[in-house]
Write a protein of this length. Sequence first.
Length: 179
Amino acid sequence: MIELRKITHDNFEAVLKLSITDEQKGNVDSSIYCLAKAYVKILNDEKPPLIFAICNNDEVIGYVDIGFFELAESAFLCEKYGDKSTYGLNRFMIDKKYQGKGFGKQAMIKVIDYIKSFPQGKADAVATSYWMVNEVARKLFASVGFVETGAIWDGQTGDNWNAERKDIEYAEVGARLGL
C-alpha cells in the first residue's frame, strides 16, 4: 500500500539512495539536493517545503517535495484562473526500480489527497511543471486531472519561451489541478 511518510532517521538513508535512469537525469533533482534546499529554507526562516518519502508497504520507493505559495495579483495563475495561493509540486520522483508499475499514479493520488487537507493553508489549486519532452510526466499528471495551463518558459532561465527555438528540451510546461 502506498503511503507518504515523514523522513526520519529510519528511512533517511533509503531516501538518499533513490535514483532515476540515465535518460531521466535533468528531469528531477536528487533527493539529496531536495533535502539540502529545504534545510537552507529553514535556516533562513522561510516556510519549509513539505517533503515526504513515498513508501510501498515499508519500502521507500520515491519522494515528493511540496511547497505552499501565496500568489501576487500579477502571477500567471492569478491572472488566468484567479488563484490566490497554490500548492506546488516542486519535485516528484519514483525510483527507477519501481517505475512502470503504477506506483507513480497511486502516489500522486495520495499527494493530492494530502494537499486537500491544506496543511500549510487554504489554496485554490495544485501547480506543477515538467519538461515539454517528458511524456511520462505529462501522462502521469493528466491521468490524475492536471491540465496544461498554456504557460511555457525556458526551464534554464525562467524567461518566456520563444516558439521558434529549436532546443525544445529546455521548454518547461505549466500544469494545474483546481482544488
